[in-house]
Design a protein around this ligand. Structure first.
Ligand code: UDP
Ligand code: MG
Length: 320
């Protein structure tokens, strides 16, 4: 494929990014223009509540721009899926709307693709300003996900990616609703190359991933990619049962051989509370998995598109 004939798609999820979008679209279209004659930018407006829709309307006639407006906020993973469903290029870039993913790095990614990589991503170096619970939490999460698993999900992989059309097709074919993209990228395989970078600070606004959303994402990832939490309780239960058996034997022998009466009110109450607690936790974990299963069984669509703009050059090609 000669240099400027490669067809490039970009997927940009945007939730309340009115302040960042004009800048991003300018930078991105300039960069894409340098790389190829054929490109499309797919902006997925994930039910924004700010001026994002108005801002995008101003660009409605821009050649190469595709905009999907969701009917409400479905979350970043859904926005990425929606973008992937529409992608028609030979390569696809995934980048955030907040300019944390420098477009200047795109030529380097494309070069790696030309040399044979089917997926290229940037390793996110942890920023110093990240709170310790975030770093420890993510360490624990990835340890659990990767423990004893055939597919290793890299912890430090960022969301800034290049995907080959084959990777896009593979991702599109995955039917699940509870999507943890980082895990799915690893799961589909393909020749992958990691490049290092430190993310830029957000230009405008603040991150949407705070406590609750992050916890939700972590639970999705964990339940979708690991059975360790479920197995953990079987092992734990087995150990406890063994200990109880040994202790029970000891107490019985002490009663019959030593004629020692067994006092143990404290032990009973403490034991009762401990095991009651453990059982509730294990039911909670079961419930977490069951809830995900329920979500899958309901077969609801992953997102709903309210309105769309399609100026993609690839749209006409497909119809012809
Ligand atoms: N985003 C989205 N839907 C959401 C939350 C975020 O589409 O519900 C988009 C957001 O507009 C941005 C990207 O996902 O383009 C990453 O979000 P953010 O910058 O808040 O996350 P962080 O960079 O802190 O991981
Ligand atoms: Mg960001």
């Amino acid at each position: 494929m000669n240099d400027r004939s490669v067809r490039i798609s970009c997927v940009v999820p945007a939730f309340n990014e009115a302040a960042n979008l004009p800048n991003l679209l300018t930078q991105l279209s300039m960069q894409l223009g340098e790389l190829s004659d054929h490109w499309e930018i797919i902006v997925v407006d994930d039910g924004s509540r700010d001026r994002t829709r108005a801002v995008l309307a101003e660009y409605a006639d821009t050649p190469g721009l595709v905009v999907l407006h969701f009917s409400r906020n479905f979350g970043k993973e859904a926005a990425l899926s929606a973008g992937l469903d529409r992608v028609r290029g030979d390569v696809c870039f995934m980048l955030d709307a907040d300019l944390q993913h420098p477009v200047a790095l795109m030529p380097q990614m494309l070069a790696a693709w030309r040399e044979g990589a089917q997926m290229v991503y940037f390793v996110r170096e942890h920023r110093r300003d990240e709170p310790f619970w975030k770093r420890w939490g993510s360490g624990l999460l990835y340890w659990l996900i990767n423990f004893g698993s055939a597919v290793q999900v890299p912890e430090d992989a960022g969301d800034f990616r290049l995907l080959d059309a084959k990777v896009v097709a593979a991702l599109r074919a995955l039917p699940e609703r509870n999507r943890f993209m980082k895990g799915l990228y690893a799961w589909v395989g393909f020749r992958t190359q990691a490049l290092p970078y430190t993310p830029e600070p957000r230009l405008h606004g603040k991150s949407h991933f705070s406590g609750r959303r992050l916890l939700n994402l972590a639970l999705t990832g964990l339940t979708a990619f690991s059975n360790v939490p479920l197995r953990l309780w079987s092992v734990f239960g087995l150990i406890l049962a063994l200990l109880a058996l040994i202790y029970g034997g000891y107490v019985t022998l002490a009663y019959f051989i030593d004629q020692r009466p067994v006092a143990g009110w404290t032990t009973i109450v403490a034991g009762l509370m401990l095991f009651g607690g453990i059982q509730l936790i294990s039911i909670g974990i079961l419930g977490e998995y069951l809830g995900r299963v329920y979500d899958e069984v309901k077969q609801r669509p992953r997102y709903i598109v309210d309105e769309q703009i399609d100026n993609s050059p690839f749209a006409q090609e497909q119809m012809a």
